[in-house]
Design a protein around this ligand. Sequence first.
Ligand SMILES: NC(=O)c1ccc[n+]([C@@H]2O[C@H](COP(=O)([O-])OP(=O)(O)OC[C@H]3O[C@@H](n4cnc5c(N)ncnc54)[C@H](O)[C@@H]3O)[C@@H](O)[C@H]2O)c1
Ligand SMILES: O=C(O)C(=O)C[C@@H](O)[C@H](O)[C@H](O)COP(=O)(O)O
Ligand SMILES: [Zn+2]
Length: 374
Amino acid sequence: MGAERVTVEVGLGDRSYRIEIGPGLLAEAGALIGPLLPRPRTVIVTDATVAALHLPALEAGLGAAGIEAHAVVLPAGEASKSMHQLAWLVERLLALEVERDDLIIAFGGGVIGDLAGFAAAVLRRGVDFVQIPTTLLAQVDSSVGGKTGVNAPQGKNLIGAFHQPRLVLADISVLETLSGRELLAGYAEVAKYGLLGDAGFFAWLEANGPGLRDGDAVLRAEAVRRSCAMKAAIVGRDERERGERALLNLGHTFGHALEAATGYSARLLHGEGVAVGTGLAFAASARMGLCPQEAPSRVAAHFADMGMVRRLADIPGELPDAEGLIRLMGQDKKVRQGRLAFILARDIGEAFLTREADMEAIRAVLAEALAERG
Ligand SMILES: NC(=O)c1ccc[n+]([C@@H]2O[C@H](COP(=O)([O-])OP(=O)(O)OC[C@H]3O[C@@H](n4cnc5c(N)ncnc54)[C@H](O)[C@@H]3O)[C@@H](O)[C@H]2O)c1
Ligand SMILES: O=C(O)C(=O)C[C@@H](O)[C@H](O)[C@H](O)COP(=O)(O)O
Ligand SMILES: [Zn+2]
């Protein structure tokens, strides 16, 4: 039996929206998006790789409902999440005469979702948008919750806005063309949900992660559903990250510093930085005596079993020393009155935020991990 279509609801009052998850959704895009359009016209924002693989199928799906679509195509990769590309994109959208009541479609991975979502937030002071995520990472995380934005030289996602989509269509069939490296990077954000708050889900992943990785569509759909359900619930309770939502940053204080250190380049994908950062967060938690040593060992064993990038030693090229990485963490958005914030854990599935982390332990964990690089 193949994967079936399921719906997850993000409950945000009159800004609530559905996440549709299942195979073959591109063909139904017109029927699903049509009711949101004031006129049968839209603009698809995508990247060159996704356009080459999947744009004709989306255009056909929209065309079947009589919707005319213009495509705006950006270069693939994290470097496109910049002020430069934002300015270019907004000018293209204005040149295409996108009106205040029109809706645009973000069709791609997290880079396109974050960039097009931010463009939608500022274009004519805000137009609607739909997310059609095409990477595992985007299906389980970035397309949901309304964080949009671009990177700055000073740090990750430092310029942006909260702007919720009107609808999310996660077509799991498109994951079939995703590279193994990108799939495993996205898997780090899947594991994150188990590690931050659902030990049962992490145990499920320990059993089913390899099957999911190797292409089982039913397992993929289930992982996307459970991840989206967890994120939707958190976002529904704390849209603007005043509290609980910060747990979704597990692994990111370290990961974002590593992405800045590697210049937002192909040396380290976002999800890879999250995997390495999650390992470091669990190692630091054990070193501070907050959680049993079995917890970081279990995380490391599962990530190794999956074949993921998971240690500083797996990152090619030069890296700053421990002090340099801690300096980069100073731009993290969770910093308050100059104090760094970390998401640490009491066990698998029991993460919490602290601004009282023992910085000596953080330094020691980083120094040890850097030393493994030889
Ligand atoms: N807004 C949020 O809540 C949130 C959450 C997590 C991550 N993010 C952001 O998401 C970004 C990372 O997203 P990503 O990992 O999706 O990266 P990405 O958007 O760069 O996509 C990864 C690569 O896969 C290609 N690709 C996309 N779909 C494909 C498909 N179906 N088949 C083949 N190739 C495909 C892309 O062209 C790209 O080269 C980071 O900038 C990160 O900060 C945001
Ligand atoms: O949705 C959230 O909240 C997250 O933190 C999800 C993260 O996976 C994502 O990488 C997010 O963009 C990080 O947010 P930031 O506020 O630390 O930039
Ligand atoms: Zn992330």
